[in-house]
Design a binder for this molecule. Structure first.
Ligand SMILES: NC(=O)c1ccc[n+]([C@@H]2O[C@H](COP(=O)([O-])OP(=O)(O)OC[C@H]3O[C@@H](n4cnc5c(N)ncnc54)[C@H](OP(=O)(O)O)[C@@H]3O)[C@@H](O)[C@H]2O)c1
Length: 299
């Protein structure tokens, strides 16, 4: 499958480009970035072309991989889907429900394959844990703490303006939702509160009637950073196991799933429809925090 990469930032360098270049089923065709020098530099590392225009790269490939801020990713993804190209997007798919839904509709209409990089969710050990937990059932609650501090010296993600503006809700909220949604089901009610820095607490009701609380931040004091997730119910209190994972390997597994789907196999579980459901919860949480009211969603 011929792939074009959009984005020349840290994530494109660390993960998308090396995984695309190494995959035996992928022909890495070229790179687009708004800064032509950065696009040339990244393309040059892999001996591929730097493209001056978005449309030029879309036209030359079968699929796109995007490592750009979500508000920049969304219109590119929509244009590519309308041009019948498969989509490999990063989280969050978009910052608005309308854009996320439009991308999902274009993918469905074009019968395209799509996947969204909820990183750890492409680690088989975590997939198996969540599938087993879903089958066990009887859960009444989940708690996820996804709390980090990306503005410390040397962190590659701290220079990103959209993360400063949108905070942990939009940056790490997708990862937390990708853990709870498959086990507790779609969200029907959202309430949220924002505290100091970007600390955001979400309280969610799921279609299963279970509730979950998500603690999200990318700007916590380093001593308070943590990643924990538990489900509680008839089976007791079960923690999501800590596991080692490597982003290029996870991306490679996502590529395997996308290629199989494009070849007539099953659609990845973490496709753009799932990505749009995640955007709907995050947008509802933003509204709930702003208005101080609970927001209802149709499951
Ligand atoms: N799945 C994960 O675990 C994970 C981890 C990290 C990142 N990500 C996702 O990957 C994406 C990229 O992240 P990142 O860390 O590389 O940093 P980023 O700040 O989100 O993106 C950097 C890239 O976006 C470009 N860019 C910024 N604003 C732009 C605009 N208005 N128009 C066109 N291009 C623009 C930058 O170009 P310049 O270099 O010219 O400024 C650079 O190429 C994000 O969506 C993020 O959520 C996912």
């Amino acid at each position: 499958m011929r792939f074009g990469l959009f984005g020349t930032g840290p994530w494109a360098h660390m993960t998308h480009a090396p995984a695309l270049a190494a995959h035996p089923g992928v022909e890495f065709v070229g790179v687009w970035g708004r800064n032509p020098d950065k696009a040339e530099a990244l393309a040059g590392e892999y001996g591929v072309r730097a493209y001056p225009t978005v449309d030029g790269l879309i036209a030359d490939v079968d699929a796109i991989a995007v490592a750009l801020p979500p508000d920049v990713q969304a219109p590119i993804a929509l244009a590519a889907a309308r041009a019948r190209k498969h989509l490999l997007l990063d989280k969050p798919v978009a910052l608005t429900v309308a854009e996320a839904d439009a991308i999902a509709a274009a993918v469905a209409e074009g019968r395209l394959a799509s996947a969204v990089f909820f990183t750890r969710r492409f680690v088989p050990q975590l997939q198996e844990f969540l599938e087993q937990t879903r089958k066990t059932g009887g859960w009444v609650e989940a708690r996820v703490h996804h709390v980090g501090s990306i503005y410390e010296e040397g962190n590659p993600f701290g220079a990103s303006p959209w993360r400063r503006e949108r905070g942990g809700l939009w940056d790490v909220g997708p990862h937390a939702l990708a853990l709870v949604l498959p086990v507790l089901g779609p969200v029907t009610e959202v309430t949220a509160m924002v505290g100091p820095r970007d600390m955001t607490h979400l309280l969610l009701r799921h279609a299963s009637e279970a509730i979950s609380t998500l603690t999200l931040s990318v700007d916590t004091p380093p001593a308070a950073a943590r990643q924990e997730a538990v489900f509680a119910g008839k089976a007791g209190v079960v923690a999501v196991p800590a596991m080692r994972w490597e982003p290029v390997q996870a991306f490679t597994r996502m590529l395997d799933e996308l290629l199989a789907a494009a070849d007539g196999g099953p659609q990845p579980q973490l496709d753009v429809r799932f990505g749009a459901a995640v955007t709907a919860v995050l947008a509802a949480a933003e509204e709930a925090a702003r208005t101080g009211r609970t927001v209802r969603l149709t499951a």
